[in-house]
Design a protein around this ligand. Structure first.
Ligand SMILES: *Cc1c(COP(=O)(O)O)cnc(C)c1O
Length: 358
């Protein structure tokens, strides 16, 4: 029996995608082999990676002057790549809105003169700071933000105006969940395992005029230009993860694209927040206007009860609801692949648990 998996990542994939992968497993389109066994130089693999890129471009409306890269190393590796690839003055501005944003700034500080422009740490990252152009150093090489904060459940409801300074956004936990104007960003990156596909592939979308700013000693494999010049086939890419991502992109397109999935995501999040707000039993402490559509943390205020909740929910087919160790309590990650029925079942369980434990 399949469960509703609320894991923050790796996370649920659409069942249609898994079934298709199952069908293709032993013999991919008459090739007589699995995609797992295929050379990344094979013609049939080339069609897969090209379709993946074309679909992502279509879904996100990515202009031609942006390169789309499929790389390895996770979103975490891009923390260093930003500083290594955008070098000019050796200064960079960071907004710190959570754990990953903080890790990005710390990694940046090893490689560049990293300045923290704003942080919401003093309120345990329960809101997104409002910043204006005047807050940024016009000489900075880039401004780095984490668009959706996976652990704390916040999301930018605006795109900071950084003037001519390229804006770099970690979109790991919200990419493809809502429409985004790519032209407002210099670089967007995302680990696939939240909202795209399996772990192992990271998407980097980079404006092409930024590809020549790497530091002289930037390692070949961390240089965006290396993969940009070779269409992500400089070396062996994470072939199978890219194939599953391609199937996910097809699935999103079949539902009507990002706008259509955004409507579903708003509906799911609204249902859950509305219920949490309607009762004193559960609390979500994020400032309402900054709430994430993808990651919904909540607590009962009693650690023992939280643990009981997680355990009983799992017994009811609602798994991976334990909150991150930094926050405690519960967290429901409701990425694109989580059906409305999963959220309905979660809310029904929450009501029942409340009735039994009030
Ligand atoms: C999960 C996550 C990361 C870390 O991703 P890895 O692929 O494990 O390196 C970084 N940033 C955000 C916003 C995330 O959600």
């Amino acid at each position: 029996m399949r469960v509703y998996n609320f894991s923050a990542g790796p996370s649920m994939l659409p069942e249609a995608v898994l079934t298709k992968a199952q069908t293709d497993m032993l013999d991919y389109e008459g090739s007589g082999m699995s995609v797992l066994e295929m050379s990344h130089r094979a013609k049939c693999y080339d069609a897969i990676i090209k379709e993946a890129e074309a679909l992502l471009r279509e879904l996100m409306n990515i202009p031609d002057n942006y390169k789309v890269l499929f790389v390895q190393g996770g979103a975490s590796q891009q923390f260093a790549c930003a500083a290594l690839n955008l070098h000019k003055t050796g200064k960079a501005d960071y907004i710190v809105t959570g754990n990953f944003a903080s890790l990005a700034a710390k990694e940046g500080a090893r490689l560049t003169n990293a300045r923290i422009v704003a942080s919401s740490e003093e309120k345990t990252y329960t809101y997104i700071p409002k910043v204006t152009k005047a807050d940024f150093d016009p000489e900075a090489d880039f401004v780095h933000i984490t668009f959706n904060n996976t652990i704390f459940g916040t999301k930018y409801n605006y795109i900071p105006d950084t003037g001519d300074v390229p804006l770099v956004a970690d979109m790991s936990s919200m990419i493809l969940s809502e429409p985004v104007d790519v032209t407002k960003f210099g670089v967007i990156y995302a680990g696939a395992q939240k909202n795209i596909g399996p772990a192992g592939v990271t998407v980097v979308i980079v404006r092409d005029d930024l590809l020549d700013r790497f530091t002289p000693d930037c390692p070949t494999m961390l240089k965006w230009k290396t993969q940009a010049d070779k269409d992500s086939l400089y070396n062996t890419p994470p072939c199978y993860s890219i194939y599953i991502s391609m199937l996910v992109f097809r699935w999103i397109k079949s539902l009507g694209g990002v706008n259509a999935i955004y409507e579903l995501n708003k509906k799911k999040a609204q249902m859950l927040y509305d219920y949490i707000d309607s009762t004193d039993f559960y609390t979500n402490s994020v400032v309402k206007e900054d709430r994430s559509l993808m990651n919904v943390p909540f607590v009962t205020g009693n650690e023992e009860l939280d643990a009981k909740f997680v355990k009983e929910a799992a017994a009811n087919g609602l798994v991976s609801l334990k909150g991150h160790r930094l926050v405690g309590g519960m967290r429901a990650s409701i990425y694109n692949a989580m059906p409305i029925a999963g959220v309905e079942k979660l809310i029904a369980f929450m009501k029942q648990f409340e009735a039994e434990n009030k």
